[in-house]
Design a protein around this ligand. Structure first.
Ligand code: PLP
Length: 380
């Protein structure tokens, strides 16, 4: 199989798995226990926290481990909301956020919060002016993702954070797709909270973290034994946290060794090849302000699902970028927000590259994709 769905999830790196296994088998102590088995687990937790912080150029005390990107996003929004005084119950999100943000914003709206949703342009970019226009007194938080999972568009986070702060609001970014793909520093961006996820960076599923700027308080959403310095209770998932730590260390090494540039070159060969060989293909997202590993397209006149099935048959794992809920394929809210008509948004394809991919993989896609799209079009 040629795996081109790294935005959905990545394989666990074997070095990550190797570091995790002892924490299932031998070193299974509870990090809160005082005996040496517990202290060994506590040491592993501290070491993982150091590694996550190092990838973000941050302090270990600023990392809260969560069950993934979704929980980190929930903790950011609900944690800030839980601290906000009654006259500051206003939230701004972009219209292309992941459901973890959009659904959480909608839940807060149902509790009386005022939620503003920022538009994007036809390349998926949030314009700073639109945030400036949306800022009002009483805005507690602005949340805009660093990079979009469906179209790869990267947002001007530093500028947006500055506008939020000038208006007296905090700024959160969902960096689940950006962390590991490029060098990310929340303090260089000037944000207050940042979410990341293990399984997008060759770590295990079900683990993530929220970075919270030192000194900022978030109201805990999971209460109990007071783990994570009272910010997220529950006995820590030690093997997964160890895995996340190792994945962060490897991601930092890969970035330093030039992996983003290697992927960017492969991505551009793929994008150019698709646009040249598939008639009427449309690149979705921004041509340059996009994740280095991310290529996404619409093919007018065809649906995304049969393209995926045909690619799968040819041994290529891809994604449509549209969410499948309650059995019906709905066009992506991201593509609709970018102004695509429903019929066009239905023909979406996302190809996301990773560590193991080579130019041969790109050539294999280009060898079959034009034929698949042409055949489906001729079938009407
Ligand atoms: N945010 C973005 C942008 C994502 O792409 C994802 C995963 O698809 C998430 C949040 C959720 O992360 P997790 O799967 O770790 O809950």
């Amino acid at each position: 199989m040629i795996y081109l769905d790294h935005a959905a999830t990545t394989p666990v790196d074997s070095a990550v798995l190797d570091e995790m296994l002892p924490y299932f088998r031998e070193a299974y102590g509870n990090p809160s226990s005082l005996h040496s088995a517990g202290q060994e687990a506590k040491f592993a937790l501290d070491n993982a926290r150091d590694r996550v912080a190092a990838l973000l150029h941050a302090r270990p005390s600023e990392i809260i481990f969560t069950s993934g990107g979704t929980e980190a996003d929930n903790l950011a929004l609900r944690g800030v909301a839980g601290q906000a005084p009654p006259d500051r119950r206003r939230l701004i999100v972009s219209s292309v956020e992941h459901e973890a943000i959009l659904e959480t914003a909608a839940a807060l709206e149902a509790q009386g919060w005022v939620v503003a949703r920022l538009p994007v342009d036809d390349q998926g970019i949030v314009h700073p002016e639109s945030l400036r226009d949306a800022m009002r007194r009483g805005t507690a938080l602005v949340s805009v993702m660093a990079a979009n999972n469906e179209v790869g568009a990267m947002q001007p986070i530093a500028e947006l954070a500055q506008i939020a702060h000038a208006g007296g609001a905090l700024f959160h970014t969902d960096a689940v797709q950006a962390v590991g793909a490029m060098d990310v520093s929340p303090s260089a961006w000037g944000v207050d909270l940042l979410s990341l996820s293990g399984h997008k960076i060759y770590g295990p599923k079900g683990i993530g973290a929220l970075w919270v700027r030192g000194g900022l308080r978030v109201a805990p959403q999971v209460t109990g034994g007071g783990q994570e310095r009272e910010r997220r209770s529950g006995t820590e998932n030690v093997p997964a946290i160890v895995g996340l730590g190792k994945a962060c260390e490897l991601a930092g090494e890969r970035i330093a060794a030039g992996e983003p540039e290697r992927l960017r070159q492969l991505r551009d060969i793929l994008i150019r090849g698709v646009l040249e060989t598939v008639p009427a293909a449309i690149l979705t997202g921004h041509p340059t302000e996009r994740l280095p590993n991310h290529a996404s397209f619409c093919f007018p006149g065809v649906e995304g699902e049969p393209i995926l099935l045909n690619l799968d048959f040819a041994g290529i794992a891809a994604s449509s970028g549209s969410a499948c809920s309650t059995g019906a394929i709905e066009p992506s809210h991201v593509l609709l927000a970018m102004g695509f008509a429903r019929e066009i948004a239905n023909g979406a394809l996302r190809l996301t590259l990773g560590r193991a991919n080579t130019e041969d993989d790109v050539a294999a896609v280009l060898a079959v994709l034009p034929g698949i799209v042409n055949r489906l079009r001729s079938l009407g």
